[in-house]
Design a protein around this ligand. Structure first.
Ligand SMILES: Cc1cc2nc3c(=O)[nH]c(=O)nc-3n(C[C@H](O)[C@H](O)[C@H](O)COP(=O)(O)OP(=O)(O)OC[C@H]3O[C@@H](n4cnc5c(N)ncnc54)[C@H](O)[C@@H]3O)c2cc1C
Length: 289
């Protein structure tokens, strides 16, 4: 049973931010509640007041400006998975949203709640890193913008400071000629491994590549050094290169042995799925698919 909670429903970022400062540790921001209600029910957090951010119009907007999608933090996973401009401009992000959890969580949970909570076993952050996405954060005094990679600090930790809200996520289109893929491995609803790739292939050679991996370490990460290693290489050689990168992947991703698998298994699957994701992004199908 939950203790009785007071619900505060601000209609502006200023109001919400002031409430966060005023109520302090007694209050929590509340969007879909998919994570928050579990935390409260299990006694992992203790809040008396929920600040419901869903009535703030700024957080419900979805615009497209100069090739960049501006996605309000309170858009739900289902809204994003089924939105026509998103499916057209960022199809692998829409796909990742469509695979997340189940229809109940996708209807309830928001992108902002997902990124702000920064559970390591999450889908959207990994593919958004490949888009070079950024986030806008705000409080009663103003707004600031930072790269998504800088927003994710560590597991369950972000660059949000006291009194700040995540307002929107900016998702630039991929450069011309570059296409993407997102692949996930899961035994339960939450992913065990998420891999995103984007590639531009010219004459069978990888002319440009972006790679990101999530879930097996504390936070989703771009693999910029590995991107450099596959540039200029025939696409057919990339799976071998990924399989040889276990030390690099271990150093960057910091996987741990747990109930979802050993470090060895996670690194092996990461190499395999990077190869699959890059081939899928390049429009190739692999024999085992
Ligand atoms: C059964 C289950 C399966 C799941 N499976 C997956 C999965 O496969 N892949 C995946 O990626 N995720 C998965 N999730 C996580 C799910 O995506 C998130 O629970 C959901 O997106 C969180 O959004 P919310 O709006 O419900 O956040 P809430 O629960 O409302 O909030 C989560 C946290 O974020 C904070 N917060 C919310 N909005 C903001 C904001 N605008 N600014 C700052 N802080 C904010 C809250 O204070 C809270 O700390 C799963 C969750 C469940 C319960």
């Amino acid at each position: 049973m939950l203790n009785p909670l007071k619900l505060f429903q601000p209609t502006s970022v200023q109001e919400a931010s002031q409430a966060l400062v005023e109520f302090g540790a007694k209050a929590n921001l509340y969007a879909g509640g998919a994570e928050l209600l579990l935390l409260l029910r299990n006694g992992l957090i203790d809040a008396e007041i929920l600040i419901d951010v869903k009535k703030i119009e700024r957080l419900r907007r979805l615009d497209s400006l100069d090739g960049t999608l501006h996605v309000g933090a309170c858009l739900t996973h289902h809204e994003l998975a089924t939105n026509a401009p998103i499916r057209e401009r960022a199809p692998s992000f829409a796909y990742a949203e469509s695979q997340l959890a189940n229809i109940r969580v996708r209807n309830q949970g928001t992108l902002g709640g997902n990124l702000a909570f920064n559970d390591p076993h999450s889908d959207p952050g990994t593919i958004l890193l490949v888009h070079n996405a950024s986030v806008t954060i705000g409080n009663a005094k103003g707004e600031r913008r930072l790269a998504l990679g800088d927003f994710f600090l560590d597991m369950y930790a972000t660059a949000l400071e006291a009194g700040e809200l995540l307002l929107e996520v900016e998702i630039p289109s991929l450069p011309a000629g570059m296409t993407s893929a997102y692949k996930r491995l899961h035994r339960y609803q939450r992913p065990t491994l998420g891999v995103a790739a984007a590639a531009r292939i010219a004459g069978g050679i990888v002319a440009d590549a972006r790679l990101a991996v999530g879930c097996i370490g504390p936070k989703a990460q771009r693999l910029t050094e590995l991107e450099g290693k596959v540039k200029g290489v025939p696409l057919t050689d990339t799976t071998r290169i990924f399989a040889e990168q276990k030390k690099y992947l271990r150093d960057v991703l910091h996987p741990v042995d747990d109930l979802l698998g050993s470090v060895e298994y996670k690194l092996y699957m990461t190499g395999m799925m990077l190869g699959d994701a890059l081939a899928e992004a390049a429009g190739e199908r692999r024999p085992e698919d």
